[in-house]
Design a protein around this ligand. Structure first.
Ligand code: CP
Ligand code: NVA
Length: 334
């Protein structure tokens, strides 16, 4: 029987700090149940006649498709709205757009630049709003990451995740808080220039301490990954900061995840996996890497037995479904 916490009903998610630790673990559990249910062939009606607007200012493969299929699987309807499709922020303020869409839709998933826009959508629409990535946070991603770790290792107990790369981007910020909330040790390996923002770090440290785990930041990746069970990376240049590409590549070259770094964990024959939120620059098969080749991860690691990136990617759908169902479904115990 599917179960979720009553407190999740009608809830928005701006960032992971919006949820209690218990709610976060409960959502990961619900996603695992929904995944098993779908594998058993059940396409239900948990979101029957629910309409969700997807406002996307930035590109997306996983978040967009995971959300649309999650809604459709459960009998609802998703509408994909890009910036040129609507007046959002151009001819109409975010506040007015929120008030209009809130009268029409049951919920809104937002992917964009400004965290404040996401918060304003939630504040003025009166319906649940989920952050599908802003410049500051990428909370929906982390549910999928932690579900993948749980599936691969059997639990989230006694796990160290080492994130290697841009230590202050949206994924790193959310991963740090997600680990803290779920009692997972978090290590960030990043150059001084990209150390986590002090406030974001302090907030996560407080939660980690409460849950008996620590957060450590290293500028030496080889030292930092020692003892890690998960090596995690993301692109070196996030959407919206393309003008920084050349400098970032120079700065982050020593932080590429390769087999030597995997071995530096000391866990190459034990509990070890590689994760990446994707898309990943692991070969020369993209427009960006056709001349320079792999960036944040080598093809060898990406294609290795340690890599769980496509499980992680699939889990985006199950975890986003859990968020939508817990917030919008009118019934329980199905
Ligand atoms: N990981 C992730 O959010 O992927 P998309 O940009 O394809 O949605
Ligand atoms: N940090 C990346 C994540 C992409 C899913 C970006 O914002 O582009």
């Amino acid at each position: 029987m599917l179960t979720w916490m009553d407190s999740l009903k009608g809830r928005s998610m701006m960032r992971l700090a919006s949820f209690t630790d218990e709610e976060m673990l409960n959502l990961i559990d619900l996603a695992a149940q929904l995944k098993a249910r779908r594998a058993a062939g059940v396409r239900g009606n948990l979101l029957h006649r629910k309409n969700v607007a997807l406002i996307f200012e930035k590109s997306s493969t996983r978040t967009r498709n995971s959300t649309l299929v999650a809604i459709r699987d459960e009998g609802g309807n998703g509408e994909y709205l890009t910036r040129p499709d609507i007046h959002f922020g151009k001819k109409e303020s975010v506040k007015d757009t929120a008030r209009v869409l809130g009268r029409i839709y049951d919920g809104i998933l937002f992917r964009g630049f400004r965290q404040q826009d996401c918060e304003d959508l939630a504040k003025y629409s009166g319906v649940p709003v989920w952050n599908g990535l802003t410049d500051d946070y990428h909370p929906t991603q982390i549910f999928a990451d932690l579900l993948t770790v749980r599936e691969t290792f059997g639990s989230l107990g006694d796990v160290t995740i080492a994130y290697v790369g841009d230590g202050r981007n949206n994924v790193a910020n959310s991963l740090m808080m997600g680990c803290a909330k779920c009692g997972v040790r978090y290590v960030c390996c990043t150059p001084r220039e990209l150390w986590p923002d002090e406030k974001v770090l302090a907030e996560a440290e407080e939660v980690a301490k409460r849950n008996g785990v620590d957060i450590r930041v290293f500028d030496d990746p080889v030292k930092g990954v020692k003892g890690a069970n998960v090596l995690y990376t993301d692109v070196w240049v996030s959407m919206g900061e393309e003008d920084k590409t050349a400098a970032r590549i120079r700065l982050l070259r020593p932080y590429q995840i390769n087999m030597d770094l995997m071995r530096a964990t000391g866990n190459i024959d034990g509990r070890l996996m590689f994760l990446h939120c994707l898309p990943a620059f692991h070969d020369n098969k993209t427009e960006v890497t056709k001349d320079c080749g792999a960036l944040e991860v080598t093809d060898e690691v990406f294609e290795s037995k340690y890599s769980k990136v496509f499980d992680e990617s699939e889990n985006r759908m199950h975890t986003i479904k859990a968020l939508l169902v817990s917030a919008l479904c009118d019934r329980k115990g199905i």
